[in-house]
Design a protein around this ligand. Structure first.
Ligand SMILES: C[S@@+](CC[C@H](N)C(=O)[O-])C[C@H]1O[C@@H](n2cnc3c(N)ncnc32)[C@H](O)[C@@H]1O
Length: 304
């Protein structure tokens, strides 16, 4: 290569690098215009307060400037929230519309409720963005693990993927299985675990087919948000499964003073839990993994 060609290609190279740096600067700048230098964290805090939160979750809460969480959560994590700006309850209004239970809303009211929800979530996104624009670290505290039935995703959906960091947490399912001292899978001939909630399976004929179809296969079922619907859920399961199928209800999993396990079968469980008052913090677990020695049973089953 002649000296001129070398100098020419050096110039072209320098020009290319300059353009690239300018493009990166402009891009980052545009991004910061939108989100500021702050960051948005969604933190899985575990099923029962700080004792079950991960080290990373606690560190992230400590470092945050601004917190969104329920009143209940702010009490349980009060030690870590001192001196922080609390911006309110991100789930406010989730369960009632104009003091009415959601199940009792007519179609017009249901529509109004949905519109109102979207508006509220959008407003929350705007509030978070405005804090980020000031360079603040904003943390939204979700219970258990945010990625299993985590309401925080209503807010997360208002952000670009790279604007949010999710800190995983210990879910109530894990805490419930620990309380039962059982493993959900492998167990006998069970091949999978279904994490679900009654409102996905009951009430509409097409949903009920799901339970009927799945009942062909041995399965461990874990029901969230199921206590209020225990009667209809168990009645439906009884249509497809044998009445001696083991069922356990784990209330307040992970809470040292309140955790409670009730064990029974599809036949007995409703009587067994009749006197329980809790209608939210409980998991209903159904399956053969709850009986006998399922690990050893599985080996025998495979060897058959
Ligand atoms: C909206 S879901 C939240 C689940 C959460 N993201 C998790 O991973 O644990 C709420 C439902 O989770 C269950 N749940 C949450 N915490 C619980 C606990 N400590 N003990 C038993 N069930 C719990 C209940 O079924 C409750 O109705």
């Amino acid at each position: 290569m002649t000296p001129n060609k070398v100098t020419g290609s050096k110039h072209a190279w320098a020009l290319l690098m300059f353009c690239l740096s300018f493009f990166c600067y402009a891009n980052t700048h545009a991004h910061q215009e939108k989100t500021g230098r702050g960051k948005f964290y969604v933190i899985g805090t575990g099923p029962a307060g700080p004792e079950h939160a991960t080290y990373k979750a606690i560190e992230c809460i400590r470092e945050a400037d601004v917190i969104f969480c329920s009143d209940d959560m702010s009490e349980r994590f009060s030690t870590y929230l001192k001196g922080k700006t609390l911006l309110g309850n991100p789930w406010r209004g989730d369960f009632k519309y104009k003091w009415k239970d959601l199940e009792k809303l007519g179609s017009k009211e249901k529509k109004a409720y949905q519109e109102e929800r979207i508006r509220f979530w959008d407003e929350t996104v705007v509030k978070i963005r405005s804090q980020m624009a000031k360079g603040k670290k904003v943390a939204l505290l979700d219970s258990g693990d945010p990625c299993v039935f985590g309401p925080s995703h209503r807010i997360i959906e208002g952000f670009e993927e790279d604007e949010v960091e999710i800190i995983p947490g210990l879910g109530c399912f894990q805490a419930a299985m620990a309380a039962l001292k059982k493993s959900s899978i492998p167990a006998y001939d069970t091949r999978f675990v279904m994490l679900t909630a009654p409102f996905f399976l009951l009430g509409r004929p097409e949903n009920e087919d799901i339970l009927r179809d799945l009942s062909k296969y041995p399965i461990t079922m874990a029901f969230y948000m199921a206590l209020k619907h225990a009667d209809s859920l168990i009645a439906k399961l009884k249509e497809y499964y044998p009445s001696d199928l083991p069922v356990a209800v784990v209330y307040n999993a992970g809470y040292p003073e309140k955790e409670k396990v009730v064990k029974g079968t599809l036949d007995t469980i409703l009587r067994d839990i009749e006197s329980e008052k809790e209608n939210w913090l409980g998991m209903i677990i159904v399956g053969r993994c709850l009986e006998g020695q399922p690990q050893r049973g599985m080996i025998k089953h495979v060897a058959r």
